[in-house]
Design a protein around this ligand. Structure first.
Ligand SMILES: *[C@@H]1O[C@H](CO)[C@@H](O)[C@H](O)[C@H]1NC(C)=O
Ligand SMILES: *[C@@H]1O[C@H](CO)[C@@H](O)[C@H](O)[C@H]1NC(C)=O
Length: 274
């Protein structure tokens, strides 16, 4: 094969790999890792808080908007990530088995609520395609995940079974744009329900840390286990600064009063000058 004929393939690969901007921070690709070794030890089930995903997506980007699930206090699935202890990934275990919307058609409306692509300006299937192609094809090594419908249905099941909204609410941790929460209370809320520490992920914007993700882990028999290889600070598995409060923001988009005023003014001006 000539180099020339490879170029379109390389470009396609790059587009595919960088298509999902939000996860650029999720897992750094470890260079030099053998692509043959697709073995993994456990699964990370990640839920994200749409209000914080939105903060990151819209930060300094006035033309970015967010899609929320209908239930405004609902956490949503980010993904189910097969992981080899002490590493990230494996990733993209079968590059010919690409996401196909037809495969998940029977559960599509459920997925929109449970596995919401918050980032409105991305393609409708961006998140699902990314999660399946990168992680699902590796999870497919075990029977409960060996198909797209199975992988995504399991995400919905896990969400119902381990819904963070319920665990946090039970500990009086509720979304607020004023009052902050903290990593220890979040950890205790989850531990009191499932007996395992969650991984608590923050995203940082303008000196504020927002509660972005809560991750729990399963072994290959789908029994809960503690996530391996996570950074531990004072008994908490987190990237958040544990000596600071954590914002768990509401999902209401900020009112665009300025734009509404401008719109009214333009309307008035048009009327006036006609
Ligand atoms: C990749 O997926 C395709 C389509 O499902 C399948 O036919 C093939 O056997 C898979 N390859 C590997 C190496 O698992
Ligand atoms: C965490 O927050 C405290 C209090 O604001 C600050 O003094 C400290 O430098 C922060 N730690 C890190 C690692 O950012």
């Amino acid at each position: 094969m000539s180099l020339k004929s490879l170029i379109p393939a390389i470009i396609l690969y790059l587009c595919f790999d960088f298509s999902h901007q939000r996860e650029s921070y999720e897992h750094e690709l470890v260079k030099g890792v053998s692509t043959v070794d697709k073995d993994w030890d456990f699964l990370i089930f990640t839920q994200n808080w749409p209000g914080s995903v939105c903060k990151a997506w819209t930060h300094n980007k006035p033309n970015h908007h967010c899609v929320y699930p209908n239930k405004k206090d609902s956490w949503t699935v980010h993904g189910i990530w097969p992981t080899k202890a002490g590493t990230k990934g494996p990733f993209s275990c079968n590059t010919t088995w690409l996401f196909d919307p037809e495969e998940v058609r029977p559960i599509e409306t459920e997925l929109e609520q449970a596995w919401t692509n918050v980032e409105k300006e991305t393609e409708l299937y961006n998140l699902w395609a990314h999660e399946w192609n990168k992680h699902g094809t590796c999870a497919a090594m075990i029977e409960p995940f060996n198909g797209q419908l199975k992988y995504f249905s399991k995400g919905i099941d896990f969400l119902k079974q381990f819904h963070m909204t319920d665990m946090l609410n039970a500990a009086d941790i509720i979304p607020s744009d004023v009052k902050e929460t903290n990593a220890e209370d979040i950890n205790n809320a989850v531990v009191s329900k499932i007996g395992k520490r969650p991984v608590i992920e923050c995203v940082f914007e303008d000196g504020v840390q927002y509660l972005l993700e809560l991750r729990i882990c399963f072994d290959k028999q789908l029994n809960l286990m503690e996530c391996l290889g996570e950074k531990e600070v004072n008994g908490l598995l987190t990237n958040c600064n544990i000596s600071k409060g954590i914002m768990y923001p509401t999902q209401l988009p900020p009112p665009k009063r300025y734009l509404v005023q401008l719109h009214k003014f333009v309307n008035w001006l048009q009327w006036f000058t006609l």
